[in-house]
Design a protein. Structure first.
Length: 433
């Protein structure tokens, strides 16, 4: 059994491009076995094999564990980078998810161009992941479990051991008397994954000895189904998505089969850097898509909000409160606005002959755009330009003396146009992402 890991890795390396390799090294038995076994292959060392340890700082012994990881790597003559992180428990993610988020951010910050990050997840981990997803009501993509290979940061995240069991990795480490870190939190059954690992799965295995095999097999079938569905919902996304506004047509999305609707929504939200909603929140979004004209529904969840306006889905992080009394003198330099957007000139090398003042909307403002016969209310112009209501408070208004001469880079009065023509450039407004 002790040779199984090396045989498996030998075959995996042959099938993998000759890219740099970095092992996410916790110091536990699984990642210790992976790193040691890889270090036995000259071809892995030739690829710049290295270790990356994340110190979460959540245990008084964490700094000691980091030192032990570095000493182990020294015995293997492999470089080991230690990154210390602060786990943010104030975002409502839960302890396990918050630690994982901080760890992956650290991995992403260290990964080099084209490098593969290797994680020691194995067959038993896959079964635990699938069960957790099932208990959360996940669909085919999530029930497909962890992918063996996926894009990550500047390279790829590779899980080469998903076909092996925890016992096979432990046999390898024990046969060679490898030292490894014993984190007591791994035995805390108050954590969901540990409860499955130590309580639930052993009971299942006593009644159904092939439980893990069956779960992993079902995951593979779900993955195949999810990949087939992906071809359909990606085609639908191309039709429903407006890349200029980064919005999705609400009626078209709602008309999709649920098996396509859910992954399309998640794909769009993740592209915006936003988390996916819960099942209850999805149902609320679907319900609000049928809201009457003139209503402006908004569904909020952790670190995200989704608006339905003018027949489209709009999503963003919850905006910070804006001080509407804010104003600033502006001569054409890059100006950061209170909502996180920016104002600059199209030609960054020039400046306005005389500075103007930038203010925010108070309500009731009007402007006569150059070439227009009528003075217009900003509210009407915003409607026509598809600037949604929740973004209007941060739109910069350009003033010369007490006169509005421009609204961002959308409308200029005759005086405003003359001022910018004199400078030989135009304003450029970049709303917050």
């Amino acid at each position: 059994m002790s040779d199984t890991l090396q045989q498996h890795l030998a075959a995996a390396l042959v099938q993998t491009p000759a890219v740099p390799l970095c092992v996410g090294f916790s110091g536990g038995p699984d990642s210790t076995a992976l790193l040691h076994a890889l270090g036995e292959f000259p071809e892995a060392r030739a690829r710049g094999l290295r270790a990356l340890h994340v110190d979460h700082g959540m245990n008084p012994q964490s700094a000691v564990w980091a030192d032990e990881c570095k000493r182990f790597c020294e015995t293997l003559q492999l470089p080991c980078e230690v990154i210390r992180v602060q786990v943010d428990l104030d975002k409502g993610l839960g302890l396990e998810a918050a630690a994982r988020h901080a760890r992956h951010e650290a991995f992403a910050s260290s990964l080099q161009q084209g490098e593969y990050l290797l994680l020691a997840h194995h067959r038993d981990d896959q079964a635990e992941t699938v069960l957790l997803k099932l208990l959360r009501g996940a669909g085919p993509d999530s029930l497909g479990g962890m992918r063996a290979l996926r894009p990550f940061a500047l390279g790829q995240l590779w899980r080469p051991l998903l076909a092996l069991s925890r016992k096979q990795l432990r046999d390898y480490a024990d046969a060679r008397h490898l030292p490894y870190v014993d984190d007591p939190s791994n035995g805390d059954t108050r954590l969901a994954r540990n409860h499955l690992r130590h309580d639930i799965l052993p009971r299942l295995a006593r009644l159904w000895p092939q439980a893990v095999d069956s779960i992993v097999h079902s995951a593979a079938l779900s993955r195949s189904a999810a990949d087939a569905l992906q071809l359909q919902w990606l085609a639908a996304f191309d039709t429903l998505h407006d890349p200029a506004m980064n919005t999705v047509e609400a009626a078209g999305w709602l008309a999709l089969h649920p098996a396509l609707r859910e992954p399309l929504l998640d794909y769009w939200l993740h592209g915006l850097g936003l988390p996916a909603p819960t099942t209850a929140q999805r149902q609320q979004i679907e319900h609000q898509c049928n809201a009457r004209a003139g209503q402006q529904p908004c569904v909020r969840w952790r670190n995200a909000e989704l608006h339905i306006w003018r027949g489209r889905l709009w999503a963003q992080s919850p905006p910070a409160a804006i001080d509407t009394a804010w104003n600033a003198a502006w001569g054409g330099e890059l100006l950061t606005l209170p909502d996180g957007g920016t104002l600059s000139l199209a030609d960054a090398n020039v400046r306005l002959i005389e500075p103007i003042r930038v203010r925010l909307r108070q309500g009731g403002e009007r402007i006569k755009p150059a070439g227009d016969a009528y003075t217009r209310e900003l509210r009407d112009l915003f409607q026509q330009a598809m600037i949604p209501p929740w973004r209007r408070a941060g739109v910069p208004l350009l003033h010369a003396d007490d006169e509005i001469i421009g609204v961002a880079d959308r409308w200029l009065t005759a005086r405003g146009r003359a001022l910018f023509e004199q400078a030989g450039t135009l304003p450029r407004w970049s709303p917050p992402r």
